[in-house]
Structure formats: structure tokens, C-alpha cells
Design a protein around this ligand. Structure first.
Ligand code: ZN
Length: 518
């Protein structure tokens, strides 16, 4: 054994430390570069698949087909079938009829952790039938539904993204699971609270949502309104309205007095509220005192104010029944959802991929359509947007507004939304102008851009464990302050019969014209 002097030993010790540090950092560098190479390859593969012109056409045609079907929420049988068929052809396992809804499905590919989920919608809106790319109002079938919110592109962007991710994981031999959550009836905010109640997000690590827009952007924080969708039904007594009106009690009076009461209530609600209603049943003829009448309310507020507001509206209904000698037969909660709480860490990853992918290039023909539509709507004739948006921060002064049942998912899994272009700046949501632009080449480019951002983000989450663990930690801390409790009353069921009558009325006329829409 050789004995070193104190000085020699110290030099040797320092040398060993330097050598060890060098080796560790070289190993780390190697791991990082090989990790990065795999990651780069995985992302490149997915983006190359989606960039192929035949693939853009393939998903564009699916989006146009769903646009043509224009099926309302809970009745999206053809729309869900075409998405399911495409996923099954690519080797996904598809669970159908999920959470008690025939058009709800979950498609899965891969195994083990992490599990990344993509949301996708495909329902249309009533009365918004419109010829594709017509810059003036021009229904295909007068009064029929139309895709006035771009949901035809959204389900399609979602499946294009998960298929691209699957192909890439397979090619690079990477572990992990990718899921697509086929979510019906978003326009009436139905599916997600029931999907969450079913526990189908329990094993999911992060969720990427998407929505059609005229811009390419993402955001984080709280926005929109929580909502309860409730049908109040009154029961009265029928009688001859002229001969013996004193023998009758009008259920319609119950509805009318309830509406008067809620309209007085408005003054005393905190200003974050929104409240609106339609009378869905109000009797059949003026000379018969209506025995039954119903009014459908959307009661909206912040998460923490919704329950109290609902109770006050319910009191208006009870008071109206008392005043009119009718009874409040039922207050049926169709759905109830939270505000949207988007995860900041996930939005930041989406933003990086937005910057990587950028806006599509629009053709002169597409720009001409956009400018003509803008002129028709009295908007600035700027054409399609050409630049991406910066990461949108929560706007503390903004209150109220619309709701999305995606809010429910954001409460149980870290979630953020990609807004993708394809719509014309200045077009009006839930209006024929949005139906007009949701069809054809610009819509195809928009949904393809969305699919690329989603796929790139999913690959980041699947291949960079630190990013995912940071997002999950952010969510864990946030959930401590915002614990989830469903607003659905016990025993609430998804209203499967919704929109059936409207679809039955228009289905034949719409399918006859499916291939002649421009
Ligand atoms: Zn929408």
C-alpha cells in the first residue's frame, strides 16, 4: 500500500473530485443530449405527419363532414362515429357510450405513465345553417342547425393530434399513454360534469383542451362563469278559459310570475351574475288554461356565488307557485359546471409550442373571403390574422361571460386550452358568419395548426418529466385552495333526449344536401 504525504493526498483528493465532477457532468450532458435528440425526433415526427398535405386534407374532410352533419348536443351520432372510426383504424382502443351518454367516448393508445388527455367537441347550434364560405347569410336548410362555434374543427384537431402523438411514440419507442375524450353537447354544457363524476379523468396527469378562434393563443387563470342549467316546471289545472276560468289554475302564470320575480332579483345580485331563460312549454291554445308550463334557466355566477344565487332563483319559483295556486312540479338540474381554472405551467408550454409553430399562411382567395365577410359584418377589412398572440394573463377586472363545461375538467386535472385560428377576425360567435368560415381550406389550415400545437405540447409532457411534475405540483397547491365539489345534485342524469325533436325535423333535408354545400 502506498502512503501519500498530506500535501500529495490533498492534491490527489482534489484531482479525484474534479475527475468525478467531470464524469458526472459528462454523463448528465450525454443523457440530456440523447434525451433532447429523442424529444426532438418525437416532436419532429408528429409535426411531419401533420404537415403532410394528404393528412391536412384527410382531417379537413372529416371536419367538413361533421360541419355538414351539424348535429346538436346529445344527438351527435354521425359525428362521433366518424371520429371513432378514424381512431380505431389507427389502433386506438375506444370505450363508447361513456358516462351514460351514447355519443361520449374515450379513445386510448399506449400504456403506463404519464397519461396525457386531449379534449374534443363536435356538437352544433340550432338555427345556424349556412352555406360554407358564403359571405352573406344564406342557409343550406332554413332553420336547421349549423356549426356556429367551430366544434367541427375541434374534435377533428383533437383526433389528428392524438394520432400524430401515437405514431411518434411508436416510432421512437417511447412509453406513456395518450387519450382522446370525445365530449358531446358542449354547447349546452352537458358532458364534462358527468364525465368527471364517472371518474374517467382519475388516472390522467394533464389535459390539453382546444377551441376554434380567429387567433392562435392560450391563457391561464380563472375566467368565464360557473353555471347551473335548470328547467322549472309548473303544474296547474286546466279549465275553459272563458266559461269557467275560476276552476283553472294556469301553470303559465307560474312561469310568468317566476320571471317577474327573478327580474326584480337582478338588482340585488352581485354584479358577476348572468341570468337568462326561455319558455319551453306554455300551453297549446289560449282558450284552455295551461295545465303544464316550463321555463329553462341558465343561472351563472362565480363558483363561490352560484349556490346562493340558485337558492334565490328557486325561491322565486316557489313564490310564483304560491301566488298562482299552482305547484312547482320539478326543478330539474340538467347540468352544473365550474368556472375555468387554467393551469399556468401548462399554458406556458403551450405558448412555447405556439411560438414554434406559428400562424398558417393564407391564400389570396382565403383572404378575399375574409375581407368580404368582414365588410358584410361592418368590421375592419383586415383579412385573416397573421401573427400569434402573447401568453394571455388573467384579467382581474373581467367578470362574468360565457361558460364552458371544460371548467369541470380544470378542477380535477391540470388543464389549459389552445385557441387555434381558422375563423375570420370580427365574425360573430353563435352566428351564421362563424358557420360560413368553419368550412373549407382556411378551416383545414386552422385546425391543423391547432393539432400541431396540441401534439407538440403532449410530446413535451410525455417526454419531459420535470415539466409535468411542476405542472402537477402547481395544480396540487391550487387545489388545496379550490377543492372540487360537483355542483350536480345527487341523482342528476344527462338529458339524453335533448335536441332529438329538432334533429328529427331536419335530419332528412340536411343529409340530402350533405354533398352540395358550397
Ligand atoms: Zn364553442
Amino acid at each position: 500500500m502506498k502512503i501519500y504525504s498530506g500535501r500529495q493526498g490533498a492534491i490527489l483528493f482534489i484531482f479525484c473530485i474534479i475527475l468525478f465532477t467531470y464524469q458526472v457532468s459528462a454523463q448528465k450532458r450525454n443523457e440530456e443530449t440523447s434525451g433532447k435528440a429523442d424529444l426532438y425526433k418525437a416532436k419532429k415526427n408528429a409535426l411531419e405527419y401533420l404537415g403532410d398535405s394528404l393528412i391536412i386534407r384527410k382531417y379537413g374532410n372529416i371536419s367538413d363532414a361533421i360541419w355538414n352533419f351539424a348535429e346538436l348536443g346529445m344527438q351527435e351520432f354521425k359525428s362521433s362515429a366518424i371520429l371513432i372510426k378514424t381512431l380505431e383504424e389507427e389502433g386506438f382502443h375506444v370505450d363508447k357510450g361513456v358516462a351514460g351518454m351514447p355519443t361520449c367516448f374515450v379513445a386510448t393508445w399506449g400504456s403506463g405513465k404519464p397519461v396525457i388527455g386531449i379534449l374534443g367537441e363536435f356538437d352544433a347550434l340550432p338555427g345556424l345553417s349556412q352555406k360554407g364560405l358564403s359571405p352573406v347569410q344564406n342557409p343550406i336548410v332554413e332553420g336547421a342547425p349549423g356549426h356556429g362555434c367551430g366544434h367541427n374543427m375541434m374534435g377533428t384537431a383533437g383526433i389528428a393530434a392524438v394520432i400524430a402523438v401515437k405514431k411518434s411514440l411508436e416510432a421512437c419507442n417511447l412509453p406513456g399513454t395518450i387519450k382522446f375524450f370525445g365530449s358531446p353537447a358542449e354547447e349546452i354544457l352537458i358532458s364534462r360534469p358527468y364525465m368527471v363524476r364517472e371518474g374517467i379523468f382519475n388516472d390522467v396527469d394533464a389535459v390539453i383542451d382546444n377551441h376554434a378562434s380567429s387567433e392562435l393563443s392560450t391563457s391561464y387563470g380563472v375566467n368565464g362563469s360557473a353555471v347551473m342549467s335548470v328547467v322549472f316546471s309548473f303544474k296547474g289545472k286546466t279549465a275553459h278559459a272563458a266559461d269557467t276560468p275560476w276552476r283553472g289554475r294556469s301553470a303559465l302564470d307560474g312561469v310568468e310570475i317566476m320571471n317577474v320575480a327573478t327580474n326584480y332579483l337582478r338588482e340585488h345580485l352581485f354584479y358577476t351574475y348572468r341570468m337568462h331563460y326561455v319558455v319551453t312549454e306554455g300551453g297549446d291554445a289560449p282558450n284552455v288554461v295551461p295545465e303544464k308550463a316550463s321555463v329553462w334557466y341558465y343561472i351563472r355566477n362565480t363558483d363561490d356565488r352560484l349556490g346562493e344565487m340558485y337558492n334565490r332563483v328557486l325561491n322565486c319559483a316557489k313564490g310564483a307557485a304560491l301566488a298562482t295556486g299552482t305547484s312547482l312540479d320539478s326543478a330539474t338540474v340538467l347540468t352544473a359546471v365550474h368556472q375555468r381554472h387554467s393551469n399556468k405551467g401548462l399554458a406556458e408550454i403551450i405558448q412555447k409550442n405556439i411560438e414554434l409553430i406559428g400562424m398558417p399562411e393564407w391564400s389570396e382567395k382565403e383572404q378575399l373571403f375574409a375581407r368580404t365577410l368582414q365588410k358584410e359584418l361592418g368590421e375592419k377589412e383586415t383579412g385573416y390574422a397573421s401573427v400569434i398572440q402573447p401568453l394571455l394573463k388573467p384579467q382581474e377586472t373581467e367578470v362574468g361571460g360565457s361558460s364552458s363545461d371544460v371548467g369541470e375538467v380544470t378542477m380535477v386535472v391540470p388543464t389549459a386550452t389552445v385557441l387555434f385560428p381558422g375563423g375570420v377576425p370580427g365574425e360573430i360567435g353563435h352566428h351564421w358568419s362563424t358557420t360560413a368560415s368553419g368550412y373549407g381550406s382556411a378551416a383545414w389550415k386552422g385546425l391543423n395548426t391547432g393539432a400541431r400545437v396540441i401534439a407538440a405540447t403532449a410530446i413535451d409532457l410525455l417526454t419531459k418529466p420535470k415539466l409535468l411534475s411542476d405542472i402537477k405540483e402547481e395544480f396540487k397547491q391550487y387545489s388545496k385552495e379550490h377543492p372540487y365539489k360537483s355542483f350536480l345534485p345527487e341523482g342528476a342524469k344527462p338529458p339524453l333526449g335533448m335536441n332529438r325533436e329538432i334533429m328529427d325535423k331536419y335530419r332528412d333535408a340536411m343529409s340530402r344536401l350533405e354533398h352540395d354545400t358550397k
